[in-house]
Write a protein that binds this ligand. Structure first.
Ligand code: GLY
Length: 368
């Protein structure tokens, strides 16, 4: 087992990473507080794959479990779903000593965290992420939210969990495209913070793609969580350093919104967004030659997209300006200065961004 500590101003908590951890969920969660009432929030797919195992382990450890099984899908991440879950919590007489356990991918984690942060002005919750994206990113750091009909994650808060329990063996239950999409966030950590990790990911691409080496998988999840924990511990509320975790996300989020939520996976748009960021770094002469090629090499090695058919670059630009991270409508980007290091670029000219979007679209229509 690997254990990583997240130490923020509001809370200190462990991330426990262990192959097969779900079967020991009860004892692992019991270490975080006395067993009592536990609401196990999950979705139908995760419940069918491993929910009963989780519930049994919690009950064996002395928890009294109320399962809340929601339909799967991003559209569940909304205030109406939260309201339905509040009703269940009221019926189950949940109090501030009860625990909410969010077992699932990013949607369940964000929704569960949002409900936990608001019910009774905050009840404790534990994240048990089941997708790679959730294991290396959304379950750590306490960003919890639901979507507004016009924009993702618009209604939420910073609310740290009591703990995170990660079972990498659950990745074997995922469809390959979902696993691969999650690798984009793992690669992101190498680019923003750790060139050695970047090289490890390149060298071990075959075994990592096939999930044939549990130790290697545990290592990449642990290294990703360690990097995220370090960043969040220094800047819990996104006022500076934490922005670097959004590498590739400025263009990525805009593509996600223009494309309509859901057609491209989050990791896929982040991959394309990272290529866009590398192109901008190169146009602004912030990085040595080869940065774009390094991005293309690693993303292609994992079968991630590196371009997309952008029909209307102006619409993508306009969407970027409305991103909640844009400041006074100015386009800010996290840009790499080399593999392993990034900087904030505060006022990137629209003209350059437009050029990059056109270039991405041209690349997606095939070779010259
Ligand atoms: N996913 C970016 C963050 O947690 O700040």
């Amino acid at each position: 087992m690997k254990s990583i500590e997240v130490s923020t101003e509001s809370r200190r908590y462990p991330i426990e990473i262990e192959w097969g951890a779900l079967r020991r969920l009860g004892p692992l969660v019991a270490r975080l507080g006395t067993p009592g009432k536990a609401v196990l929030l999950t979705d139908r797919n995760v419940w069918d794959a491993c929910g009963r195992t989780a519930a049994r382990s919690l009950e064996d450890a002395g928890f009294s479990v109320t399962p809340v099984v929601r339909p799967p899908g991003e559209e569940q991440k909304c205030l109406a779903s939260a309201a339905e879950i509040y009703d269940v919590l009221v019926d189950a007489r949940v109090d501030r000593k009860s625990l909410l356990i969010a077992l699932g991918g990013g949607v369940v984690g964000d929704l569960g965290g949002f409900v936990a942060s608001t019910f009774l002005r905050g009840i404790p919750y534990v994240q048990v992420p089941t997708s790679l994206l959730a294991q290396v990113d959304s379950s750590v750091g306490g960003k919890v939210a639901v979507n507004h009909p016009r924009a993702k994650n618009l209604i939420g808060s910073f609310y740290q969990p009591t703990g995170v329990v990660i079972d990498p063996s659950l990745l074997l239950t995922l469809p390959e495209p979902d696993r691969i999409a999650g690798m984009a966030e793992v690669i992101k950590y190498g680019i923003i913070r750790d060139a050695t990790f970047f090289r490890f990911l390149l060298e071990h691409r075959e075994t990592l793609r096939a999930i044939s080496d549990p130790e290697a998988i545990e290592h990449i999840i642990a290294r990703s969580c360690q990097i995220k924990a370090d960043v969040v511990s220094k800047d819990e509320r996104d006022s500076g350093l934490r922005n670097i975790l959004n590498y590739g996300h400025t263009v990525g989020h805009a593509l996600e919104a223009v494309d309509g939520f859901g057609h491209l996976r989050h990791g896929e748009v982040v991959a394309i967004g990272m290529v866009a960021a590398a192109m901008l770094s190169s146009k602004l002469s912030l990085a040595p030659p080869g940065l774009v090629e390094d991005h293309l090499a690693i993303l292609s090695a994992y079968g991630l997209p590196t371009s997309c058919p952008i029909r209307d670059p102006d619409a993508v630009l306009a969407t970027m300006r409305h991103d909640k991270k844009a400041v006074h409508d100015r386009l800010r980007f996290v840009l790499a200065t080399e593999i392993g290091n990034v900087t904030m670029a505060e006022q990137v000219p629209d003209r350059l961004v437009h050029e990059v979007l056109v270039e991405l679209a041209r690349r997606s229509s095939g070779p010259d």
